[in-house]
Design a protein around this ligand. Structure first.
Ligand code: GTP
Ligand code: SPV
Ligand code: MN
Length: 600
């Protein structure tokens, strides 16, 4: 329980509105975490996995109506539609409050309302921020324990301050009494609203218990609300991994990377380099908060404390470090269950002869459908990662030398391309397109512009967001700014097969990036930017089909020229807020393509 009068008054208001059976102030203890797991098992939400195979771990299956972020029902309720911009769903803040109050009226009946004080970032770091989430979901309490620093130490750090983000979350499934049996995954199948009030730093979420819809510290706070604070205060809140790269001589560079949802951040952050002597260690796998330090360099912290990672595709071959991380003490959601009480998902290993799929049905390799949901996830403390960098909780953050932007593109975008400048790099981020994935409800595989991988996460007008990037670059010492690169692990051949083996082999690209930062690798100028000069990309020992590397590094003038009208339409959406600097970059690209086409 807190003695902060502002916090107490708000909790009391929300209690009166949601009318829970009782209010529980979370202390963040290990015992509290275990109690949440026990409650989930008792309610049928979770099963204990086999204690020998997966110690201290539970298996959860959600409702098929609640399996991913719901972008369609995610709203930015700024004062005007224009402040939210053309890429966000906007709702009037006052009307939305009235609507949400209606939904929240008695929504927690028969349930406990948990009060979770949390810190995004190490407690005590000047970059960290505090929030309080109210929720009626034990699954959310357990997950927040893993994903953030929670409980009494946070209340102590908050003291009597009013400076905290206020988050309300309800699964939207009141119980007539605390003694009636609950459904295994309570949610509201027909009504979901994930609403943000950037002006008052509030988040009101209703109807979903899954991931970014419900763990409010993550996307809602650390990206949507934080991006607004970052704009106001001169820093960056980004959908980026952070990794520490060490070369064979022991020299270090820190790299941040923005890839859209389910496009490779966790995998890159933990990769095992195939190049001898190189080392990658993890700082973060999803979000970076970056601020300029007194020395003029850009420093990043990982505001999270855990990984909420995509399970399918994770294997000893693709990501052994993730496999080691999740060997114990993990909450798994929407995977398949083996006969001997362990989890399984596509590509983890050869498919077992018989499983129970995520929808509780018998499954065999002949079933002709996936056993795990494509957005099945593991939730695990970052501290369990065998390659977590010792400085991952440094309150000062780590100095970033390079920023990667990487979409999922079957064609056009080469394996790696270095920007000519910060402004050009901002341009490359702003025109990034990527195929949609199962991380969000809706169509998978549809190509869309996803600037800086922030399309679903920027809490204000994307034109202003671009301007913010340019302003930060213009105000900095250019020699100390991170270099910016555009990468693409997902280019396909004519048969639809990935041209690049990816995963550990991405270390070859990281090496070139490292050497560009240190001024030791050669590049060639192309109309779209700087690509590795012949021989500059280390291909020693790489097994790929004849011609694959040439294709991966080919700048297809025709495809890039065809891309221009779509980029123009994309920029035009932002109207007068589209910064001139990026329009200039587009004009220069067009010119460079035209002269290259003329000489080709
Ligand atoms: P979010 O947690 O949704 O933000 O995703 P993320 O960016 O961390 O994506 P993640 O690393 O979990 O990868 C998502 C999917 O992409 C998984 O199925 C991976 O197996 C696959 N993937 C990751 N890296 C590569 C790569 O280098 N090549 C290929 N072909 N697939 C990859
Ligand atoms: C993403 O979709 O980018 C995620 C998963 O990291 S969620 O937390 O559900 O947003
Ligand atoms: Mn993400």
């Amino acid at each position: 329980m807190s003695t902060n009068p502002k916090l107490q008054a708000w909790v009391e208001d929300m209690r009166a509105m949601c009318r829970p059976e009782r209010v529980v102030w979370c202390d963040g203890s290990a015992a509290e975490y275990q109690e949440m797991l026990r409650l989930m098992v008792h309610a049928g939400t979770a099963l204990w996995l086999d204690e020998k195979k997966r110690p201290g771990s539970v298996f959860v299956r959600s409702d098929p109506a609640d399996v991913a972020r719901v972008e369609e029902f995610t709203f930015i309720c700024s004062k005007s539609r224009d402040e939210a911009g053309p890429t966000n769903n906007w709702r009037d803040p006052e009307e939305t409050r009235v609507m949400m109050r209606g939904l929240y009226d008695g929504a927690m009946q028969g349930r406990a309302m948990y009060v979770i004080p949390y810190s995004m970032g190490p407690i005590g770091s000047s970059i960290s921020r505090i929030g309080v989430e109210l929720t009626d979901s034990p699954y959310v309490v357990a997950s927040m324990h893993v994903m953030a620093r929670v409980g009494s130490p946070v209340l102590k750090a908050l003291g009597s301050s009013d400076d905290f983000v206020r988050g309300v979350h309800s699964v939207g499934a009141p119980l007539s009494s605390a003694t009636v049996p609950d459904s295994p995954w309570p949610c509201n199948a027909s009504s979901k609203f994930i609403t943000h009030f950037p002006d008052t730093r509030e988040i009101w979420s209703y109807g979903s218990g899954y991931g970014g819809n419900a763990l409010l510290g993550k996307k809602c706070h650390a990206l949507r609300i934080a991006s607004v604070q970052a704009r106001d205060e001169g820093w960056l809140a980004e959908h980026m991994l952070i990794l520490k790269l060490t070369d064979p001589k022991g020299q270090v560079a820190y790299v941040a990377g923005a890839f859209p949802s389910a496009c490779g951040k966790t995998n890159l952050a933990m990769l095992n380099p195939t190049l001898p002597g190189w080392k990658v260690q993890t700082i973060g796998d999803d979000i970076a908060w970056m601020k300029f330090g007194a020395d003029g360099r850009l420093y990043a912290i990982n505001p999270e404390a855990g990984f909420f990672g995509v399970a399918p595709g994770t294997s000893m071959k693709s990501n052994p470090n993730a496999m080691a991380t999740i060997a114990r003490g993990t909450v798994f959601t929407n995977c398949a269950l083996t006969r001997d009480g362990d989890v399984w998902w596509e590509e983890m290993s050869e498919a077992p002869a018989a499983l129970t799929d995520w929808l509780r049905r018998p499954w065999t390799p002949q079933s002709g459908r996936k056993a795990a949901h494509p957005n099945a996830r593991f939730c695990v403390p970052a501290s369990q990662c065998p390659v977590i960098a010792p400085e991952w909780e440094d309150p000062n953050g780590v100095p970033i030398s390079a920023i990667l932007f990487g979409g999922r593109r079957a064609n056009t975008v080469p394996l790696v391309n270095e920007a000519l400048s910060w402004q050009h790099g901002t341009f490359l981020g702003s025109i990034m397109s990527s195929e949609t994935t199962a991380a969000a409800a809706g169509t998978v595989g549809a190509l869309r512009h996803d600037p800086m991988a922030m399309l679903p996460f920027c809490g204000y007008h994307m034109g202003d967001y671009f301007a913010h990037w340019l302003k930060l670059g213009a105000g900095a010492d250019a020699s100390k700014l991170p270099r910016i690169f555009h990468v693409n692990w997902f280019r396909k051949d004519a048969n639809g097969k990935f041209l690049w083996p990816g995963y550990g082999e991405n270390s070859r690209v990281l090496k070139w990036v490292f050497e560009r930062v240190h001024g030791t690798a050669a590049a060639v100028d192309t109309p779209i930017g700087r690509l590795p000069a012949p021989g500059a990309l280390d291909l020693s020992g790489l097994q790929v089909p004849e011609g694959a590397v040439e294709e991966l590094l080919r700048v297809d003038l025709d495809l890039w020229t065809q891309e221009l009208p779509a980029i123009k339409t994309h920029f035009d959406k932002f109207g007068a807020k589209m910064p001139q600097g990026l329009r200039d970059e587009l004009a220069s690209l067009e010119q460079r393509l035209a002269s290259a086409n003329a000489t080709a």
